[in-house]
Structure formats: structure tokens, C-alpha cells
Design a protein around this ligand. Sequence first.
Ligand code: FAD
Length: 283
Amino acid sequence: MRLRGVKRYHWARDVDEALSLLSAYQGKGAILAGGVDLARSPRTDIEGLIDITGTELSYLRADSAGLRIGATTTLSAILDHPQAREYGGGVLIQTLRTVAYPALRNMATLGGAVVSAHPWADIPTLLVALGAEVTYQSPEGEKRLPLENLYQTDFRRVFREGVLVEVRLPPWEGAFAFAKITRNAGDIALLNVCAGLGLREGRIAWARVAVGARPARGERLTWLEAGLVGEPPTERLWEQVAQEVRARLEVGEDRRASAGWRREVAGVLVRRALAQAAGKAAL
Ligand SMILES: Cc1cc2nc3c(=O)[nH]c(=O)nc-3n(C[C@H](O)[C@H](O)[C@H](O)COP(=O)(O)OP(=O)(O)OC[C@H]3O[C@@H](n4cnc5c(N)ncnc54)[C@H](O)[C@@H]3O)c2cc1C
């Protein structure tokens, strides 16, 4: 039986209460949002579940600084939101639609996906490419930092005593596209890519590319991004990109796919995502 050590279930009224409960459990408490991951957790040391779905962290707001999404907003709520549909050339919708299946998306939250951060997951790849910033509260106070930086720390330890409250997505002049490959619909990715670019006078003004499930978690290919700036977005360029990715991308193998296969497919997926982003950016 999963989570067999659980003795108590708490409904936190606000983030402060969730924090003090976490502190009282001294590492043996866990934040519960949608529960789709936690329900499968092999951890036997958790004694208290702290439900944060009543803490008013379910929202999506758009302003000149981009989108602000509360941590307990479900993936379905994001998919249904008109401003999410427009953001980044529709990349939120394009990605989240491929995450698992509707029943799971009705429960799963954005914050849960950020904290779980499975290496095969699509959401970290998406958010890192988009330059997401996250805000969390811990006993040391509130902190906001780029998700990319958070993932370079021991973030799981941070969330043993902290609560993620918000994900911010900056505005971009341009568009993003997402591509992934799975064995069948609803399965987890064997490789995923999120790429974006902006155009100025027919040339690439900025580019962002992240690749995940390789099998490591999504990270940006900054060497590729830098080389794209100033280039015209042509078929020839995309072919060069595919070759460069095949030659330089660090990939590994796991029981789902070999390194050689991942390297080959990564070239195709990055090219596909960039070409699609360029098409949207040109509209
Ligand atoms: C069958 C299945 C298929 C999936 N397929 C995909 C897929 O195709 N693509 C993809 O990207 N992802 C996929 N996922 C991952 C899924 O997106 C995440 O598991 C989900 O979003 C977790 O959200 P949750 O609200 O259910 O988290 P929970 O299960 O409630 O929590 C997960 C973890 O995060 C912690 N936590 C949650 N919220 C917070 C918070 N605000 N602050 C601090 N800690 C917090 C919990 O304590 C726990 O450790 C899949 C998951 C499952 C189970």
C-alpha cells in the first residue's frame, strides 16, 4: 500500500497554515495538490498530508508582465482559459493537451508538475523554454527565481518545508512550439522539445530551445540558441540545426530508448518545433 504511514489529513486555510503544518511535521508532512503523483509515492515516512487546494492559489491572470498562474491551478483550468490560449503562439495549449488524458488533467496542478519535475515530463521543458519564474514561501520568507535556476539546486529539499505559490510566464514577441514523441497517445515522452523565436526584418532576433526526457529533465540548448540569432529562418537553417543537434546534444539511454535513437530523433524534433515557431511568429 502506498503512503501507508499517513496518520492525518489537513485542509490548510492559507499558505501560512500550510507552512506551519509542514514545520510541525519536521520533514514527515507533504503538501497535497491534485494528488496524482503523491498517490503513487513510494514514501512510507509521510505522516501528514497538507491539502492546499483551499488556499486560493487557483488562478490565471494576464497583464503587461505576462501570465501569473497560481500553483494549484489545474492543467484543465489552464487549457480552458482564453488568455492561456493566446500566450506564446498557443504553446501552453499545444503542450498541455498532450499531457496524459483529461481525467488526470482535471486533478493535476501546475505547481505539482513543477515540484514533481519528472525528467520525462513535458511541463518542465515547456516552462524552462518559456523562462518561467517561480515564487515560493518557506520559513525563510518568500523567494522568486527563474525555474531554470531552481532546478539547479536541491529543490526537493526546498519543498520539504516550502510551498510553491505561483508560476510567472514573461511576455514574448514571437511564438513557441512544442513537439514530443511517445509510444502511444497518453504515454510519457521518449523525448520532448519546446522552441521559440522572434523575428525582426526577416531574421531571428531571439531563440529559446529546451529538450527534455533525454532522459534527463528539460534544459535549454544555449549553444544552439546563440547560433540562431541573426539567421534567416529557412529550410536550409533547419537542416543545419538538425545536424548540429545530432552531433552535439548530450543524450543518454534508459529502458525506454537508446542514446543513438534519442540523438537521431532530437534533430528531427528540434527542427520541427523551430520551423513551426517560425511559421507562427511570421503571422
Ligand atoms: C499517469 C500519469 C501520466 C502523466 N503524464 C504526463 C505527461 O504526459 N506529461 C507531463 O508533463 N506530465 C505528466 N504527468 C505528471 C503530472 O503532470 C504531474 O504528476 C502532476 O501535474 C502533479 O500535480 P499534482 O497536483 O497531482 O501533484 P501532487 O501529486 O499533489 O504533488 C506532487 C508532489 O509535489 C508536491 N507539491 C505539489 N504542489 C506543491 C506546492 N504548491 N508546493 C510545494 N510542493 C507541492 C507534493 O508534496 C508532491 O511531492 C503524468 C502523471 C501521471 C500520474
